[in-house]
Design a protein around this ligand. Structure first.
Ligand code: CP
Length: 309
């Protein structure tokens, strides 16, 4: 089996078979990373560029590491130091990168659909590293990989995603992916941070975190996007933490084996307390480690010898 598209734009577009193919391939990649010589020659001669129009610590570095582990050459462009500041269009930028010889572009952009636009305009592979509020597919894939590693097959697992669902591309990608693999997904947050009509995805919606976490296998905690709080989407951070923060006290109502996840970056003391984030229930840093294997799998499947580029 292979991926149908030359690009990875979102989990909405993938079949359950394709998602499982990526997760299974990531298992092999994790095994490669555990060897003393952690590199494989699969992408020798290929050039991968990260093109980020928004800040990133984890995703950008993880993709660059994944590319190096597969022996690809990688380069990096920050929008602030590129010719975008001189007025160059996104399409001209990526066509010029392709003219240089780049085989794959990993893009993060504040506009939903920007990776799709790029994908239509170049023949190389495009990987969405986060587009507006739309999707962040590799984050959801590494989340699912970590869930599978912790508790076996995703089918039938109960996953609570809590926080700023409205602005979260991580929530959307997780919902698409988890539902395709047969998990039960409950989205929890204040009504002002819940997108209208989200139930159409098949996810449940709850405004009562204590009720929702009672039988959860996994609680995926989302960052409160501080940059949007001037819009008054909830009364105060203190009230948010009281109603929707994950604390040690709140977890007394949850299962003993509940696994706590967070895509990062964390606002300690707001959506999650430090004692939970740093506890044995938390797999936050394991998610980051798994991100490299998952991104190696994606690069390999799209750009390796049997891939599309
Ligand atoms: N989870 C995530 O996307 O983190 P970065 O913004 O640091 O890439």
């Amino acid at each position: 089996m292979a991926l149908k598209s030359k690009d990875l734009l979102g989990l909405k577009e993938l079949s359950s078979g394709e998602i499982n193919l990526i997760l299974d391939t990531a298992e092999s990649m994790k095994e490669v990373l555990s060897r003393p010589m952690r590199t494989a020659p699969a992408l020798q001669g290929k050039i991968v560029t990260t093109l980020f129009y928004e800040p990133s610590t984890r995703t950008k570095n993880s993709f660059e590491t994944a590319a190096k582990m597969l022996s690809a050459s990688s380069s990096s462009i920050a929008a602030s130091t590129s010719s975008a500041v001189k007025g160059e269009t996104l399409i001209d930028t990526v066509k010029n990168l392709e003219a240089i010889g780049v085989n794959g572009i990993i893009v993060r952009h504040s506009m939903a659909g920007a990776p799709h636009l790029i994908a239509r305009n170049i023949s190389g592979s495009v990987i969405n590293a986060g587009d507006g509020f739309n999707e962040h597919p590799t984050q959801a894939l590494l989340d699912m990989f970590t869930m599978r590693e912790k508790k076996g097959p995703i089918k039938g697992k109960k996953v609570v995603i809590v926080g700023d669902i409205l602005h979260s591309r991580v929530a959307r990608s997780n919902a698409w992916g988890l539902l395709k693999l047969g998990a039960s997904v409950t989205l929890v947050g204040p009504p002002t941070l819940m997108p209208k009509g989200i139930e159409a995805t098949g996810a449940k919606v709850s405004y009562n975190l204590d009720e929702a976490i009672k039988d959860a296998d996994f609680v995926n905690v989302l960052r409160i996007q501080m940059e949007r709080q001037q819009k008054g989407l909830f009364p105060s951070l203190i009230e948010y933490t009281k109603l929707f923060g994950i604390t040690k006290e709140r977890l007394e109502k949850a299962r003993k084996d509940v696994v706590i996840m967070h895509p990062g970056p964390i606002n300690r003391g707001v959506e999650i307390s430090s004692d939970v984030a740093d506890s044995s229930r938390s797999v936050i840093l394991e998610q980051v480690t798994n991100g490299v294997a998952v991104r190696m799998a994606v690069l390999f499947l799209l750009m390796g010898s049997r891939g599309k580029n």
